[in-house]
Design a binder for this molecule. Sequence first.
Ligand code: ME8
Length: 507
Amino acid sequence: MRFYLTTPIYYVNATPHIGHAYTTIAADVLVRHHQQRGDETFFLTGTDEHASKVYRVAEEQGLDAKTYVDRIVAEHWRELPRRVNAQYDFFIRTTDEGHKRFVQEFLQRIYDSGDIYQDIYAGLYCVGCEEFKSESDLVDGLCPEHGIAPEYIEEKNYFFRLSAYQDRLLALYDERPDFVLPRFRYNEARSFIEGGLTDFSVTRAGQPWGVPIPWDEEQVTYVWVDALINYLSALTYAREGEDLREQFWPHVHHLLGKDILRFHCVYWPALLLSAGYEVPQQLFVHGYLLLDDRKISKSLGNVIDPLDLVDVYGSDAVRFWALRSVSFGQDGSASVDALHERYERELANDLGNLVSRTTAMIARYLGGRIAPGPRNEELAAPLDALRDKLVTRFDVYDLTGALEDVWEVIRLLNRHVEATAPWQLAKDESKADELAAVLYDLADGVRAVAVALSPYLPETAPRILGCLRQPVDLALEQVAYGKTDETDGIEPAQPLFPRVDLPTAAA
Ligand code: ME8
C-alpha cells in the first residue's frame, strides 16, 4: 500500500504552539505505523507563507516579507517537527520556487477549463482566518474564531465556479462514505455542500505578497488556493529528477483540524476536479486541543510552548500525552499537570518499572540469559490479538484507542509479574524451569509492547529492545507472542523515564 500523509501547512505570522505540534505528532504516529505495516510512505509538512497576516507582521517588524519568513521558518518552524521527533520526508514552503511555478500551472488549468470569471468582491474578509466572510458567519459582528471584526474590502477579483461542482461533490460523498472521517465531520461537510455552494475569489488585488496569477500580473493567488495546492506541488519537486505524483497521487490522506474543514473537504476537491486531478483518498479532521478549557491559540494569546515541554519531559512523553489525554478526533482539554501525572503514573510506573523489574530479575535470577520455553496461551492470545487491534484502530485514525489497547497489555503484564511472583520461584530450585519460562514470557511481552508503542515513543521503543538485547525490528509482525530471540547479557535497565520536577513556567 501507498500511504501519503500531509499536515496542514502552518501560518508563519507567529511561532508554533502546542496545537500545531498536536497535528504534527499525530501525523508522525500515523506514518510510523504505516511504515510498520510495510507501506510505502511519504510524509509532508511545511509552512504557509503568503498570508496577508504574515505580510502585515513583517511590515510591523520593519522587515521585508521574505526576510521575515526566512528567519521565522529557519528558527522556529523547521524546529517544530524536529523537537517532537516527527520524521517528515519533505518540508514545503509556499515561497519555494517549485511550489510557485506549480501553483501557476494549476491555476492555468482551472482557467482553461472555463471555471474562472472576473467579478467584483465587495464584502468582508477576516485576516485571522484569511477567509471571505458573510454576515451569517459572524457573531455580534465578530469572527467567532478570532474575536475580531472582519475588514470590508472591495476589489476586482477572479472567481472560481465552485457552484458548478455541487452535484459532483455530492456524488463523490455518496460514493465514498469514508472520504471524510470521523463520520460527524463527513456529515458536516456534506451538509455544507447540500446547503448550496457560492463561487469564491481565488485572487487578491492590491497585495504585493503572493504568487502572481498567470493571466493577470496585477493579482496574486488567494492564500488558501496557494496553500491547498502544496499537497500536490510538493510531489513535483521534493525529490530532484523525480515526479512523485505517479507514486503518491491520489493515495493521499490529509490530516487537519476542524477549523479548516471547508477548505479541505469542499474547496480542495472541487479545485482538483477542475484542474483534472483525482481527489484525495481520505481526509481526517481532528478536534481542538484545549488547554485548561480554553482553546490554545496564537490569537487568544493563551499559549504554551511545546518546545518547553519537550525540554522538560522529552519528546516521547509529550507525544504520548497529546494522544492519550484527548480522544483523537474529539475536542478535549489537556494540561501540564496532566502531562506530569501521566508521565509519572503511566510512563515511569506502568511501563518504565515493568522494564526495570523484568531486566533486573533476568539479570539476577537467570544471569542475564533468556530462551524460549513452553507456549503460554494466557499471554500469547492477547499479544497476538493486539496486532490486529492496532490495524483496526489505525484504519480509522483511532490513535487514542490503539494506545489504550497497548496499555491493557501493559497492565496485564504487570499483573502477570505479581501473579507469578518470580522472586518466590527463585527461592525454590525445583522451580527453575518455571522461573525461566515466566521471565522469558515477560521479556517477550515487553518486547512486543515496545514494538506496538514505537510509533508513539520512537525514542523509547528501541531503547527497550536494546535493554532486552533484541534487534530493532519494528515491523508490525513483531507484535506477537514468542518472537524474542534467545540471548544473554541482559542487565538491569536504567530508568526509562527519570523523575522530573513539575515545571511552573510552562503554563
Ligand atoms: O490554517 N488544537 O494554518 P494554522 C488542535 N495555513 N490543532 C490545532 C490547534 C489546536 N488548538 N491549533 C492549531 C492554517 N491546530 C492554514 C492551513 S493547509 C493547506 C493551510 C492545528 O497555522 C490544526 O491542524 O492556522 C489546524 O487545522 C492547524 O493547526 C491550523 O494551522
